[in-house]
Design a protein around this ligand. Structure first.
Ligand SMILES: NC(=O)c1ccc[n+]([C@@H]2O[C@H](COP(=O)([O-])OP(=O)(O)OC[C@H]3O[C@@H](n4cnc5c(N)ncnc54)[C@H](O)[C@@H]3O)[C@@H](O)[C@H]2O)c1
Length: 437
């Protein structure tokens, strides 16, 4: 506590990716931070002051590298830390089971250098029980005892990459420790750098469950609105207008929006962590499975809409060139993990003559072993018969795209995110998810 209040605590961050790097920068406001990652490429890049994440600029890095932030591939450097936060990936195996290999290997690295008095905090999203059932036994192999020689806590990361208003530094944080003293200490630490409430919960499992609940909630509600958008489309009702109207209700409604599918490291992945753990104790999580099925169907639905739009505009489907606008999984980021655009390209491949993509943040993608080089400009991307607007990057929604489409060869548009002003596209077949047409 004294070290926290005197800004003398040394913070270790294990895993410097989309979560770990912004978190490390946030802690450099008050503390010395050791950033440990197994990737030699990332540490080399950071050491040169070169960021590989949109949300962290080179200018921000320059201010702290070698002064308050020390990137390293050497786990021994973690010995100097009072607190070590783990932000490594939590992916799924092929058969949708949790792949805890990165957490296990990071924990083993920490166990090898564990010191008396250190507090280890997991930030990665995972199922309830991971810290106490998986990490604690590995750390105790060091001979040190949890609660006596070292301490454990869980504090989930809620970062939303690409979001300019809600950052790691101003989003409320949840903390659950192995005992009250640990919870209070960890909450006090986060509160020194986070300009939002740090909320303590009664134990580690509650904190783990809170994060997974948030992501299940999102997956299920996105699936609900995706399914309803298909139903409303067939009833001639505009889902976007329905959501806007429903949002006027001050209580009990929270807007979610339809789209071409879900992607990223969280929504298509995390719910299955809970499914797995629930199955272990004999429970089925039917909402999670159903939401997964519906969200996974949306890229197929998008392809069906594209084929419909192409045939309505009298272009031969087999000869058509289609450009997918957006390869990332969400706006204004280069993160392509689990992006539905990949699924769209994969399904489309069997039908149309030529597929290309354009994304201002992504130069090249590989789908099913085929490498697609992104179009160099919007103009080049519009040299086609049909476009699928998959991601609402600011560059696509700044009001200039409509005129560019009108002066291009494009005959058909599928709008996955209510991005385009249809009234400005006379003579062009436009089908929008949720447009009710
Ligand atoms: N990306 C998001 O939007 C987001 C938001 C909230 C929570 N999360 C969760 O945070 C966790 C991290 O996600 P991310 O998006 O930052 O992943 P990421 O892949 O961007 O970064 C993970 C980093 O960990 C490193 N790493 C892997 N194994 C390691 C090990 N054994 N030791 C040290 N470093 C190791 C990797 O090299 C990489 O740099 C996941 O559990 C994710 O679900 C992600």
């Amino acid at each position: 506590m004294e070290k926290i209040h005197n800004n003398k605590a040394v913070i270790g961050i294990v895993g410097l990716g989309y979560v770990g790097l912004p978190l490390a920068i946030c802690f450099t406001q008050q503390f010395t931070v050791i950033g440990y990652d197994i990737s030699k490429k990332k540490i080399a890049s950071l050491s040169k002051g070169m960021s590989y994440i949109n949300d962290v600029t080179n200018i921000e890095l320059e201010k702290c590298i070698g002064k308050t932030l020390y990137p390293t591939n050497n786990r021994n450097d973690l010995k100097k830390c009072n607190f070590i936060m783990i932000a490594v990936p939590t992916p799924l195996t092929q058969d949708k089971k949790p792949d805890l290999a990165p957490i296990v290997s990071a924990t083993k690295d920490i166990a090898a250098v564990l010191q008396h008095g250190q507090t280890i905090i997991l930030e990665s999203t995972t199922y309830p029980g991971t810290v106490e059932e998986v990490m604690k036994p590995i750390l105790e192999e060091s001979g040190l005892i949890a609660g006596k020689d070292f301490y454990l806590a869980y504090s989930p990361e809620r970062i939303d990459p690409g979001n300019k208003s809600h950052t790691v530094c101003n989003t409320p944080k949840i903390v659950g420790g192995m005992n009250d003293a640990t919870t209070n200490k960890v909450a006090a630490l986060y509160q020194t750098v986070i300009k939002a409430p740090v909320v303590s919960v009664s134990n580690i499992k509650t904190a783990e469950a809170t994060k997974i609940f948030e992501n299940v909630f999102r997956a299920v509600n996105i699936a609900l609105v995706n399914e309803l958008s298909i139903v409303f489309d067939n009833m001639g009702i505009n889902t976007w207008e329905v959501i806007k109207a429903a949002s006027t209700k001050p209580i009990g409604f929270l807007a979610h929006y339809p789209g071409v599918g879900v992607g990223g490291h969280c929504i298509p992945v995390d719910p299955y962590y809970l499914s797995y753990k629930a199955r272990k104790i004999g429970h089925l999580t039917r909402f999670i499975e159903l939401a997964g099925e519906i969200n996974k169907y949306m890229p197929i639905h998008t392809v069906h809409l594209a084929l419909d739009a192409i045939s309505k505009s009298n272009v031969n489907i087999g000869n058509a060139t289609v450009t997918v606008f957006g390869a990332s999984y969400k706006p204004n980021t280069s993160d392509t993990r689990d992006s539905p655009s990949y699924d769209i390209i994969q399904y489309l491949k069997g039908y149309v003559g030529n597929i290309q993509f354009y994304d201002p943040y992504v130069k090249e993608i590989e789908v099913d072993g085929i490498v697609y080089k992104g179009c160099a400009s919007i103009k080049e991307a519009l040299n086609c018969d049909c476009i699928i607007l998959a991601v609402a990057h600011d560059k696509f929604t700044d009001g200039t795209l409509e005129d560019m489409i009108l002066s291009s060869s494009v005959q058909a548009v599928v709008d996955g995110k209510n991005m385009i002003n249809k009234k400005k596209l006379p003579g062009i077949t436009v089908i929008g998810i949720g447009d009710g047409i």
